[in-house]
Ligand binder design. Structure first.
Ligand code: NDP
Length: 297
């Protein structure tokens, strides 16, 4: 069997088009322009690319977009002052501080300052708690994107067995909660899980959010399973000549070549989960704007 490839771009494009339509309606009917502020500390080139793309895509959807680029030696107090100002700005409905922050900055008080209503990354404890409680919440972008791709591929998820490898607050935990809310039977695996291959083999839906290149092998996958690879890992090129030149490429947490021979469907890396993350960020900003304006989300 060769797996169906789950491309993120078309699903993300549909979502962005819906967001643009909703932004136009909010402007016309309520004079409301959703606004997103992205804060980046330091000059990591990959983060700079993400931030640029977030700004471009939010403007393309008709939203207000602000990017705050702060130097790598920014103090905790200076970062908090920027976030406090954005939190008080009525024209900004969503604030995203690009993580991880450079040492020694601490993200916890920064997320607290963003507050639950503008927390479009879904990291505030109130949003994490609301998700667990089954209440309306701003949910982390990548997990929401994963769920959209799974639902677009499988339809109704009721009764399916799901295994999520990774238990971070940003990805693993919210993905597991979202799958539970869709009536899956969910197992969360992590670095202390005993016999991870056997656990993975139980999964109708396998989500890998680990950060270890190609860790999940083909024989860990149940034939026909839906495999969602969240991992973004930079590795040297397979070709030794290219590798010697220091050239790298991005691979996922799943050994794609092996897995596609066993799985029913699988996301590629790149171009699988990645494109969904920014599209959901825009959707979350619109949702936050509506909630802040007292409109039904
Ligand atoms: P974290 O490092 O926060 O979490 C990794 C998780 O993997 C931890 O729970 C850890 O377990 C678990 N883990 C580590 N090693 C193993 C192992 N050998 N076996 C089983 N589990 C293991 O990472 P994130 O959740 O933030 O990100 C995961 C991956 O997803 C990364 O590659 C990241 O780049 C990517 N990512 C992609 C995004 C996208 O838009 N596509 C967005 C966000 C992240 P333990 O808790 O026991 O330590």
């Amino acid at each position: 069997m060769t797996a169906r490839i789950i491309e993120g771009a078309p699903v993300a494009e549909r979502l962005r088009a819906d967001v643009a339509t909703e932004v136009a309606r909010l402007k016309a009917e309520h004079g409301l322009q959703p606004g997103l502020a992205v804060v980046l500390v330091g000059d990591d080139p990959a983060s700079q690319l993400y931030v640029k793309s977030k700004g471009e895509q939010s403007r393309a959807a008709g939203m207000r977009s602000e990017t705050h680029l702060l130097p790598g030696d920014t103090t905790q107090a200076a970062l908090e002052a920027v976030v406090r100002k954005l939190a008080a700005d009525p024209g900004i409905h969503g604030i995203l501080v690009q993580l991880p922050l450079p040492e020694p900055l601490d993200e916890t008080p920064v997320i607290e300052l963003i507050g639950p209503d503008k927390d479009v990354d879904g990291l505030h404890v109130v949003n994490a708690g609301r998700l667990v409680a089954g209440l309306p919440a701003l949910v982390a972008c990548t997990p929401t994107g994963c769920l959209e791709l799974i639902k677009a591929t499988l339809g109704d998820l009721t009764g399916k067995t799901a295994v999520v490898v990774g238990r971070s607050l940003l990805v693993g935990k919210p993905v597991a909660q979202l799958l539970l809310a869709e009536n899956c039977t969910v197992t969360m695996a992590h670095s202390r899980t005993v016999d991870l291959p056997a656990v993975c083999r139980t999964a109708d839906i396998l989500v890998a959010a680990v950060g270890r290149p190609r860790m999940i092998r083909g024989d860990w996958i149940k034939p026909g399973a839906c495999v969602i690879d969240v991992g973004i890992n930079r590795v040297p090129f397979d070709d030794p000549e290219q590798a010697a030149l220091g050239r790298t490429k991005v691979v996922g947490d799943v050994n794609f070549k092996e897995a596609r021979e066993v799985a029913g469907s699988i996301t590629p890396v790149p171009k699988g989960v990645g494109p969904m993350t920014v599209a959901v960020l825009l959707a979350n900003t619109v949702k936050a704007a509506k909630l802040q304006a007292g409109l039904p989300a």
